[in-house]
Write a protein that binds this ligand. Structure first.
Ligand code: THU
Length: 162
């Protein structure tokens, strides 16, 4: 019989943003603001992301679409690459994400896509400290994951390149 590996992730679901610490409320508010500035003329779906660094500076991003569809980029990676480009030596404490169709209320929490999880995981592996991930719709419940890797078991990282 083959050996079994069981993967387990524990997520916390908060009923409203106000149930979270003030610093996270503020971070999510920044993600909400960023979402409102998303450039999403094709999907009409807006996503905002905000990353808080170890010095409490916040870097935001939103989805940037393109007429050549694959040339666009998700909000999480816009924020991640901005943080990586501008503050290469600062670790991240948390990322907050808000997503939903433009001009609609969405109470369903929307997690980052697989490609964004992989990109975010790179920074978590690099800093050796978990990055908390908070995600929500445009209102309603907020989900907290303790780390990026908890959302991406069996990620591909630099250790395989050696
Ligand atoms: N999008 C994000 O920004 N983040 C995700 O995790 C999933 C999808 C964007 C990409 C595209 O602009 C729009 O949402 C619809 O897929």
């Amino acid at each position: 019989m083959a050996k079994k590996i069981i993967l387990e992730t524990q997520l916390e679901v908060f009923e409203t943003l106000s149930a979270l610490p003030e610093a996270i409320q503020n971070l999510m508010n920044k993600a909400q603001q960023a979402r409102k500035n998303a450039y999403a003329p094709y999907s009409h779906f807006g996503v905002g992301a905000a990353i808080i660094l170890e010095n409490n500076k916040i870097v935001t991003g939103n989805n940037q679409e393109n007429a050549a569809f694959p040339s666009g980029l998700c909000a999480e990676r816009v924020a991640a690459f901005a943080a990586g480009a501008q503050f290469p030596n600062l670790s991240w404490k948390a990322i907050a994400i808000s997503a939903g169709a433009i001009n609609k209320d969405n109470t369903q929490p929307i997690p980052p896509c697989g490609a964004c999880r992989q990109s975010l995981a790179e920074y978590e592996v690099k800093q050796h400290v978990p990055i908390e991930v908070y995600f929500m719709g445009t209102s309603g419940n907020v989900v907290k994951a303790p780390s990026v890797q908890s959302l991406l078991p069996l990620l591909f990282d630099q250790s395989y390149l050696q």
